[in-house]
Write a protein that binds this ligand. Structure first.
Ligand code: 4NP
Length: 170
C-alpha cells in the first residue's frame, strides 16, 4: 500500500510479516532469517520481523543451539534481539504468523479486533505438501538435531508462504 510522506512524496511501503513463537529465541528467529533470505533472493521489498508471546527472553540473543543450526544452514542469527509481541503490533503488520497452534491461540486472544485476528496464520499451513494444523515443534532445551529439523520445516513452509504473498507484496 502506498504511503504519503510529510513532503507529499509517495513511497511504496513494504508488506510486513511478523513470525511469532513462545520465547522468540528459537523458532521465530529462524523463520525470520529464512524468510529474509527468500525475500532477498526473490528481489522483493518485504519487512520481516519476529516476536514471542512470552517475556522471559526479551532483550536477549537467540538460543545458542538455534544459532548453531542457523549458522550450519548458512544463516546469520547473531543480530537477533528477542522481543515480546503486543496487541499494538497487529497494526504494524499485514501478516502475523504463529509457529505452533498454541502461538496462534494466544495471538487470537490478544487480537484487539476482527481485522487484527484476520492477519493471524499458522506457519506450516503454508507448506505446499503439508497437512493442515501442524506445529513447528519447539526444540528449546532439546538435542541439536531438533533445531536442524525445525529449520528444515521452517524453510519448506516459508517457501510456501513466499508463493502465496499477494501481488501487493511483490
Ligand atoms: P521458541 O522456544 O518459542 O521457539 O523461542 C522457546 C524458548 C524459550 C522458552 C520456551 C520456548 N522458555 O520457556 O523459556
Amino acid at each position: 500500500m502506498p504511503t504519503v510522506g510529510e513532503d507529499g512524496t509517495v513511497a511504496a511501503s513494504p508488506y510486513r510479516i511478523c513470525f511469532v513463537c513462545l520465547g522468540n529465541i528459537c523458532r521465530s528467529p529462524m523463520a525470520s532469517v529464512v524468510m529474509r533470505r527468500l525475500v532477498a533472493d526473490a528481489g522483493l521489498d518485504i519487512q520481516v520481523d519476529s516476536a514471542g508471546t512470552g517475556s522471559w527472553h526479551v532483550g536477549g540473543p537467540a538460543d545458542h543451539s538455534a544459532l548453531r543450526a542457523m549458522t550450519k544452514g548458512g544463516y546469520d542469527g547473531s543480530t537477533h534481539v528477542a522481543r515480546q509481541f503486543s496487541a499494538r503490533d497487529f497494526a504494524a503488520y499485514d501478516l502475523v504468523v504463529g509457529l505452533d497452534r498454541q502461538n496462534v491461540r494466544d495471538l487470537r486472544r490478544m487480537a484487539p479486533d476482527p481485522a487484527a485476528a484476520a492477519k493471524i496464520r499458522l506457519l506450516r499451513d503454508f507448506a505446499p505438501d503439508g497437512e493442515p494444523d501442524l506445529d513447528v515443534t519447539d526444540p528449546y532445551g532439546g538435542p541439536d538435531d531438533g533445531f536442524d529439523e525445525a529449520l528444515e520445516v521452517v524453510f519448506a513452509a516459508c517457501r510456501g508462504l513466499l508463493d502465496t504473498l499477494p501481488a501487493a507484496a511483490r
